[in-house]
Design a protein. Structure first.
Length: 676
């Protein structure tokens, strides 16, 4: 009896695993030592291509199957030392990886890959095979087939020798698939089956790790036992072995095997990248981002409800209701622990971002004829997934700028007394409630005179010789600003840096630049760890409650009349221990009625944002607590100087102040902002 299975339900699992394998493949190719390549690295690259080919064949992704088939044959020659690696070959392999990524994206989007690109890369790989070996180049697989589409490869002399592969409690369909997979790795000299276990004698150049990695695509690692055949031990006769698994379903046409393989890919296969690295099973599961976001929203509602209950209970007598207060305290602790645990699910390591740049640096350095060494620090530093995906484009632009404008050519570096190879450093670290990401180079640094002259020529506001270095560096973020003399495909069009700054600000962060002539430039990005929760300080102005991010609050004090002064332009400043800070009145910014007008009757909160400090006048401080952020733009509209909103314990809505926006605009002009 045949059972129809809709294998499209398993597409997403394959796409995710193939994506991981391609990332791993690129990293290994970039790190491989051409002169003395690491055998395990070459094996891992081969296994990645082999696993992608198997899954692509299962789902009928023809172009992806045929491309990986030719690619796999070349990789097999490489790991067997039949094909010596060169930079040209590595470049070709990297180009093939890019084509595989494009093909995968096309299938993911429900379209067919570009046929011309497919033909071109196949021709390039076949030509490479012909140049490496006078024999006929490998031919593409004629049609999509199960994972065993490749022709069996005979084990060369001097290989690993005879192995005994025992597969424990494996279904008949999986046995058929595994036989064909193992036949690709060598010559099957015997096999026997008993009580659902299948033992195969294999003469192969592959080691046990290779065997396990390939079989893991179908079954769990604990079901696989690989042993070296003892001296004098003979496999069962080949004829008897072939007759042992003779049930008719095994001989079914290739398409019948696809549904059987698909559940294996869905239900049994570990993440392929982890299998390739032989990492222990971490028990991880794949969960759609939408489900995680839904859980986070529900936890946020739980925290708000807990806050409401706590506020209601605060009016009761703690002596009479001691058990209630004890339970409320326990609920608060549990809610906070739950919130932190759920938030940690959304955190991802910065390696997810940094791993994209070795390839970019390699390709761009080659195009610019520069020698560049990329160094990364803090790859394990975690950031919210929603932010980590949005930071990729700004970082890419900063890296390209450092490579093009910052680091000099080898000739110029040597003439300046430097090493010919420049250094680009990407780093990430936690600093309080923020993450600090830096892009540093040891190039020529920013040219103050050149930037200032260009800014004055373009009539940029505020551009003058009296500007400090930090203020001059900020000019490069002006829209359309560029000092490049020649426009190239890398940079020079005057677009990008203003977008970088705007994108960072939209994420609640800011950008700082430091530079020293002849020594290099450092661009520093400061971001909040997450946009879902916030430690804040509640303040009251008139009848309104606002939330100030706690990491921006330096101190608070009550102004004295002799410390408050009015400048010539009518704006107020406040003397704080010898430093004159702009005094911004919150009620004026948001046009709040019935607020304290006299500074000496209110509280001045000293805030720091984007490297600058200012004082914010409020009526009173309420307290510190953790708040759940609600997107104001999605639920209402964008409000200047407001980053989000939250729901307080009494059910009212409080606006969360964007301190960075206040520093940039409010300090210079206290025009009322329309909130309603």
């Amino acid at each position: 009896m045949s059972v129809d299975i809709d294998i499209t339900q398993f597409y997403q699992t394959f796409f995710e695993e193939a994506e991981e394998l391609l990332v791993e493949m690129e990293q290994l190719l970039l790190e491989v030592d051409i002169e003395s390549p690491d055998a395990e690295a070459l094996n891992a690259i081969f296994r990645a291509a082999h696993s992608i080919k198997g899954g692509a064949a299962t789902f009928g992704f023809t172009a992806l199957t045929e491309t990986t088939h030719i690619f796999e044959n070349l990789l097999d020659r490489t790991r067997r030392r039949e094909l010596a690696l060169t930079r040209v070959i590595i470049d070709t392999f990297l180009e093939t990886k890019d084509v595989l990524q494009d093909q995968l994206n096309a299938y993911r989007n429900g379209t067919e890959p570009d046929p011309e690109t497919f033909k071109r890369i196949c021709a390039v790989l076949q030509q490479l095979a012909q140049e490496a070996n006078g024999d006929v180049a490998p031919a593409p697989a004629p049609a999509p087939a199960p994972a065993a589409a490749a022709a069996p490869a005979a084990a060369p002399a001097g290989g690993a020798g005879n192995l005994k592969v025992r597969l424990v409690k494996v279904s008949a369909a999986d046995q058929a698939l595994l036989r064909e997979e193992l036949a690709n790795l060598g010559e099957i000299t015997g096999q026997e089956e008993a009580d659902g276990d299948l033992t195969i004698w294999l003469n192969s150049a592959c080691g046990p790790d290779d065997i396990i990695a390939v079989c893991c695509f179908v079954i769990d690692e604990k079901q696989i036992v690989v042993e070296t055949v003892a001296a004098g031990e003979a496999p069962p006769p080949a004829a008897a072995a072939a007759a042992a698994p003779a049930p008719a379903p095994v001989a079914a046409p290739a398409p019948a095997a696809a549904p059987a393989a698909a559940p294996a890919a869905k239900d049994k296969a570990k993440p392929a990248a982890a299998a390739a690295a032989h990492a222990p099973d971490s028990g991880s599961i794949r969960v759609p981002t939408e489900k995680v976001d839904q859980i986070i929203n529900l936890v946020g509602e739980l925290v708000i409800t807990q806050s409401m209950l706590a506020q209601t209970a605060s009016s009761l007598d703690p002596v009479l209701f001691d058990r209630l207060f004890s339970g409320m305290g326990q609920l608060e602790r549990n809610a906070r622990d739950l919130q932190e645990a759920v938030m940690s699910i959304r955190m991802m390591p910065m390696d997810y971002v940094f791993s994209r740049f070795p390839r970019l640096v390699r390709d761009l350095a080659s195009k610019l004829n520069k020698q560049i060494d990329l160094v990364t620090f803090g790859k394990a530093t975690e950031l919210d997934k929603s932010l980590i995906e949005r930071i990729i484009d700004p970082l890419t632009h900063l890296v390209r700028n450092s490579l093009d404008h910052g680091i000099e050519t080898p000739e110029k570096r040597v003439a300046a007394g430097k090493e010919p190879t420049g250094q680009l450093i990407l780093s990430a670290q936690h600093a309080g409630g923020n993450i600090v990401i830096e892009v540093s180079d040891d190039g020529g640094g920013l040219n103050r005179e050149r930037i200032l002259a260009k800014a004055i020529q373009n009539n940029l506001p505020g551009a003058s010789e009296s500007m400090t270095d930090d203020e001059v560096w900020q000019l490069i973020f002006a829209p359309g600003f560029s000092t490049a003399e020649v426009v190239t495909d890398v940079s020079g069009r005057g677009v990008g840096m203003d977008v970088v700054k705007r994108n960072i600000q939209e994420m609640g962060g800011h950008v700082e630049i430091g530079s020293r002539p002849g020594l290099g430039t450092t661009t520093r990005i400061v971001l909040p760890l997450t946009l879902a929760i916030l430690d804040g300080m509640s303040v009251r102005t008139g009848e309104e409650t606002f939330i100030l991010p706690l990491n921006c609050v330096m101190e608070s004090l009550q102004p004295k009349s002799e410390d408050v002064h009015t400048a010539a332009n009518g704006e107020r400043v406040m003397n704080v221990r010898g430093e004159y800070l702009p005094l911004l009145e919150l009620h004026k910014v948001f046009n709040v009625a019935n607020a304290v007008q006299e500074p000496t009757q209110g509280i001045a909160v000293i805030l720091a944002a984007e490297g600058k400090r200012f004082a914010l006048l409020v009526d009173q401080l309420i307290g510190q607590h953790q708040v759940v952020l609600k997107n104001l733009e999605t639920n209402y509209r964008k409000v200047p100087c407001i980053s989000a909103a939250t729901i307080l314990g009494d059910g009212s809505v409080a606006l969360i102040v964007d301190v960075g926006a206040l520093q940039r605009t409010g300090v210079r002009r206290q025009d009322p902002v329309a909130v309603a």
